[in-house]
Design a protein around this ligand. Structure first.
Ligand code: ZN
Ligand code: ZN
Length: 267
């Protein structure tokens, strides 16, 4: 079976500790067909100094380390980036997207309304789940409208559900979600199925199966699979479950990007 993990953070990312080689060796040991590195590039200017530690990667260092690893692993590894999208940073985002001949670019919302929503809970305070998710999705729409040339798939589309701490955190389908999905489809963009949620005990991928089903119903076809691994042991984590969910929701293929173009692989 062809298994490709398209969301991995090596020690190029501020929160990664393992080298490109360590990931690639482990991937071979696990029998994967290949892996795509998607290092963090987030912009935290103008925010809480707490976020200063989350520095964007050093572009030159990434280039050097990657070309060295390519000598050993060749096409088994691909080069990508996970850009934290922000409506006010369009120019810097275009610059990072154009810096390198990436195979693949994930656009993600880590910062929403100038708040790092994974730990700045003031984003959610005083809001019902529906209100908080609506606020989140409105900014996702804006990011797609402004930055669609600079990413290929939207990362963990229901990310707010991971950190909102609501009793039943699942994001439901809504008119706002529909408009996000339509905007992605109209612009030829995919969504990723991020399996980190299984490690975190959420029992559903990001995004959840209702959202995947809706994306399919609206005509969406491009899905990538990513573990969001920061340690080699997490490579391709729960890909089997994710594959079953995708098949149940009507998908027959998933995509692997090369030179920012999708190639479709049978599930
Ligand atoms: Zn992310
Ligand atoms: Zn990530």
């Amino acid at each position: 079976m062809f298994i490709w993990d398209s969301h991995i953070h090596s020690d190029i990312s501020f929160d990664g500790k393992f080298s490109i080689d360590e990931f690639a060796n482990k991937a071979r040991e696990l029998g994967l067909s290949g892996i795509t590195f998607t290092e963090h590039y987030d912009i935290y200017d103008g925010m809480n100094p707490h976020d200063e530690k989350a520095k964007p990667f050093d572009k030159e260092e990434y280039k050097v380390k990657l070309s060295k690893a390519k000598e050993t692993f060749g096409d088994y590894i691909k080069a990508g980036v996970e850009i934290g999208l922000r409506p006010d940073s369009k120019n810097e985002i275009s610059e990072i997207a154009g810096f390198f001949d990436y195979d693949f670019i994930i656009g993600s919302s880590h910062v929403v309304c100038m708040k790092n929503i994974s730990h700045d809970y003031s984003f959610y305070s005083g809001l019902t789940k529906e209100q908080a998710y609506e606020k989140y999705l409105k900014e996702v729409s804006l990011n797609i409208a402004l930055c669609h040339k600079d990413f290929d798939v939207y990362g963990h589309l229901d990310y707010a559900a991971r950190y909102g701490k609501y009793d039943e955190p699942e994001m439901e389908c809504s008119d706002t979600l529909d408009s996000v999905l339509r905007l992605l489809i109209e612009n030829g963009k995919g969504i990723e199925v991020n399996t980190a949620s299984f490690r975190l005990g959420l029992g559903e991928p990001h995004p959840n199966r209702k959202i995947l089903k809706r994306y399919k119903e609206l005509g969406g076809e491009i899905i990538t699979l990513g573990s969001d691994a920061h340690v080699p042991e997490h490579l391709a984590f729960s890909f089997k479950e994710a594959g079953e969910i995708l098949k149940d929701t009507g998908f027959k293929y998933y995509a692997v990007y090369s030179g920012r173009k999708p190639e479709f692989i049978k599930l």
